[in-house]
Ligand binder design. Sequence first.
Ligand SMILES: [Zn+2]
Length: 344
Amino acid sequence: MNRHLRRRLRRPHVWLRSRLAPRAAVLMYHGVGEVDIDPWGLFVTPEHFAQHVEVLGATATPMGLGELADACRTGTVPSRAVAVTIDDGYANILHRAKPILEAAAVPATLFAIGRPLHDATEYWWDELAGVVLTPGRLPPTLELSVTDRRTSIDLGPAEHYTETQWRLDHRYRDEESRAGDRMRLYRQLWQLLMPLEDEVRDRTLAELARWAGCDRPRRETHRSMSIDELVDFDGELTEVGGHTSTHPLLPDQPADRQRLEIEQNKKHLEAVLDRPVENFSYPFGAHDSTSVAAARAAGYKAAVIARPETATASTDPFRIGRFDVKDWPGDRFERQLDRWLRYQ
Ligand SMILES: [Zn+2]
C-alpha cells in the first residue's frame, strides 16, 4: 500500500477536507506567437491564447498571483481561482499577449530574467535551436572547447537534417513524438550548455554559429523584451516578477550565488520599474531550501515552482505549484483546467 493511501485511511476526515477545500490553479506560459519549431513546447499561438483567456473569463475566477498567494495565506481561496504566469520575458508577451489579457481584464505576472534586458537578444536555448534545428547539412564533427574541456561529437545521421524530419520535429514534445537524430543532438548540446556561466555559454554559442556557418540567430519571434518594453508591460493588470539574473539551476549553485542571482535581479527590476517587485519564479522550477530562504530573504512575498499541483490554504506561498499550458485549442484547455481544478 502506498504512503498516501495509508495516510488517507488513517485520517479520512483530514483527507476529505483537503479534497473539498477550494483549489486554485496557477498557469505557466512562456511565449505567445507563431514559431516554426518549438523543441520544448514553450509557445502558444495568439489564437489559442485568446481562447484560453476567454475560457478563464467565462469559467474561472482570474486573479493576480499576489492576490492568490494572500488568499492561500488567509485561507480564503475562492472557488476556481486561476492566476496566469509567464516565464522569461519574450517580447511577444507585450505585443501579442498583453492586449488579449487587457481586453478580458485577466491579470498576469511575467517573470523576467535580469541580464537579457539590456539588449534584446534571444535566450540561449532558442539561439541553440536556431543554429541546430534548421534543415540542411552541418559539418560531420563538432569540436567544442567548453571551459577547459574539449568535447568532440560525431554527428552521424544528425549531419543531414531533411525538411521531412524537420517537419516531424516541428512541434516536438517529449511525450508526443520520438526525437529525431538532429533533435537528439539539440538536446545533447542543451545539456552541455545549461550548466555554463553566461559568458562561457555566450562564447560557445558564437563558436557553434561559426561551426554551422550561419549568423547568430536574432529572430523577432524569439527575442527578449528590452527595458522599455518591460516598463510598458508592467502595470495594474499585468505585472513583472523576478526570475534571477542569469537563469541558472539554483540548487546546483552555492548559497551565496543563489542569493546574488535572486537579489540582483530583484534590485535591477525594481530600479527599472520604480516599484517593489513581489513575486518570484525559480528558473526551471528548480529550488531547494536554500533557494526558498534566499527568495524570502530578498523580500519576495510569493514564489512559484513547476510542480503541477493546485494551491490551497495549506500551500507554502514560496512553493506554489503551476500547470504547464501547451498550445491547445480552447476546448482542450477548458477540459484540462477542469481536471486540474478538480483533482490535482
Ligand atoms: Zn525560465
